[in-house]
Write a protein of this length. Structure first.
Length: 215
């Protein structure tokens, strides 16, 4: 986090929502919105370019905020991820937490509470509405430390968002069956993604791919 202000990326396909978030944060004085995005691809690109302290991602924006969370989390483990959504659905909540989100905020949040929630996340705490806390969220969140991949920019660019998800789960020592269950894929599809990852990274096996994560 920067010494002066917290740098925030806001990604949502609804311009008024982005404007409301920007206003709430910049009026607080402790935050600077360094970039905005309207879909998942723009969010990933802006995050890599700006390296924000916090990424606020709409769960259901085009391209999927959850997919963006997976990729940003794998490529920029130092950036905190907070989902912003209208959804109170357990499935959305759990998938977001599995993707590495440290916060899951509803869009009806009091604007004055948003800066406090982000500071809570940066302090290492989860920011989740009280109405959702009782849903055993701790069981679903990946609490293992994330590691950066020691890849060239060209190799990074070749991996799809889904391949980043699979690679991050390989790093967590998940089996093919476990990855399939967590991503709602068939084991055969997971093996196809793993083969593509190994080919693109030019490594012989899963262990070599995982070894690219810096400790």
């Amino acid at each position: 986090m920067s010494a002066d202000t917290v740098r925030v990326l806001v990604a949502d396909d609804h311009p008024p929502t982005r404007a409301d978030v920007r206003e709430a944060l910049e009026e607080d004085g402790r935050f600077t919105v360094c970039a905005e995005a309207a879909d998942a691809a723009e969010a990933v690109e802006a995050a890599i370019r700006e390296r924000p302290d916090v990424c606020i991602l709409d769960v259901h924006m085009p391209g999927s905020g959850v997919k963006a969370a997976w990729e940003i989390g794998a490529r920029l483990p130092e950036s905190a991820i907070v989902m912003l959504t209208v959804s109170r659905d357990d499935g959305d909540l759990f998938v977001a937490l599995r993707a590495g989100a440290a916060g899951y905020l509803l869009k009806d949040i009091d604007p004055e509470s948003l800066p406090r929630a982000l500071l809570q996340v940066l302090a290492g705490e989860a920011a989740i509405p009280r109405s959702l806390v009782g849903r055993l969220v701790g069981e679903f969140r990946d609490r293992g430390p994330r590691r950066r991949l020691a890849l060239s920019q060209s190799a990074e660019a070749q991996l799809t968002s889904r391949e980043w998800q699979v690679l991050d789960l390989l790093r967590q020592e998940q089996s093919t069956a476990e990855i399939a269950r967590r991503l709602s894929l068939s084991p055969a599809t997971v093996r196809t993604h793993v083969a593509a990852i190994l080919r693109k990274l030019n490594v012989p096996d899963r262990e070599s791919a995982v070894a690219l994560f810096r400790r």
